[in-house]
Design a protein around this ligand. Sequence first.
Ligand SMILES: Nc1nc2c(c(=O)[nH]1)N[C@H]1C(S)=C(S)[C@@H](COP(=O)(O)O)O[C@H]1N2
Ligand SMILES: [Mo]
Length: 375
Amino acid sequence: MTDTPTRRTPVAESQRQHPDDAFTFDEVRLAARNHAMPLEALRYPLTPAGLHYLLIHYDIPDLDAAAWRLEIDGAVERRLTLSLEDLKRRPAVTAPVTLECAGNGRALYVPHPVSQPWITEGIGTAAWTGAPLAPILDEAGIAPAAIEVLFTGADLGVEGGEVQHYARALPRVEALLPGVLLAYAMNGEPIPPQHGFPVRLLVPGWYGMTHVKWLRRITALAQPYTGYQNAHVYRMRTREDDPGTPVTRMVPRSLMEPPGIPDFATRDRVVAPGDCELRGRAWSGWGPITRVEVSTDGGQHWHPAALGDALADYAWRPWTYLWHAEPGSHDLCSRATDATGRAQSMLAPWNLGGYMNNSVQHLVVVVAAEQTASA
Ligand SMILES: Nc1nc2c(c(=O)[nH]1)N[C@H]1C(S)=C(S)[C@@H](COP(=O)(O)O)O[C@H]1N2
Ligand SMILES: [Mo]
């Protein structure tokens, strides 16, 4: 390895082999537990629950819906204890929300930070139904002095040598935004065990770690939270002794549904010659997607893609581009820009945790000389 952190070269994923940057058995085991969304599932506006990506730090806790209670405490006038029925009796909101793990793209950084080794598919979009959080905090009488709100899950494990429940704090203003939900349904069904049954937090626009699953306590804090998941991880930094800055909302990203057919082992793809509609989806946690461009030559030339309607404010927006596929090898890319002017990078800057890698995806495909592939 070199002293200067670099990134994997933008070539087909099957070609990303760096003998000096091998993945360990622990990483393979993490990858097997925490699966990605297969890219062909970009075809679904709402990701079926079984295809949505999954990230679980410890074990899935064994929770009984009837016995489950949510405690609301800390800097509030009245502590509240809510059952699942109490939550379901409140006015419900359903919102399609795109979730992306902050570590999506981690395996493409060189050297790769050791954790869940996502390539590009730590994503999914589901319709989440639940009770808005702000009126509940209002009923509890959240103190004016409360500057953060801490969300604690029922799952317990060890991380950084510390025994802990998975817990994350949010700034008060973010926790009180109207879109924030205590969700109890995913795509119209009770949330499956792996996605946070019976109740999880939903903070539209924020990276995955924010949406605390198996929620059991909400605590208003008059002091900044210093727990592990806020103070030690999910921070952008390049050195261990740098406190860094917190990872918050999702930066713009787009992905392409891979055209053609794959090879089983290498995932190398073959596409039939002729007209080929390239399709994908783009999202940002900062504002609506306003532009997607496509390149068929590895990012040298860009062409505007046609945009469809986003499902909702914080859900991905579909795009299409008609490509006339000529025989040969082509490096297909897409690049998204949002209403704030934030855009996808060609190569996102390396960082210790391997977060926020919104580097442009490269899909290298071979267009066959004749109609041999049933693309
Ligand atoms: N309680 C709890 N909540 C959690 C996690 C966890 O391990 N425990 N993982 C977080 C991370 S890092 C991500 S990316 C998302 C993943 O949500 P999903 O598995 O429903 O896609 O959940 C977040 N919420
Ligand atoms: Mo994550």
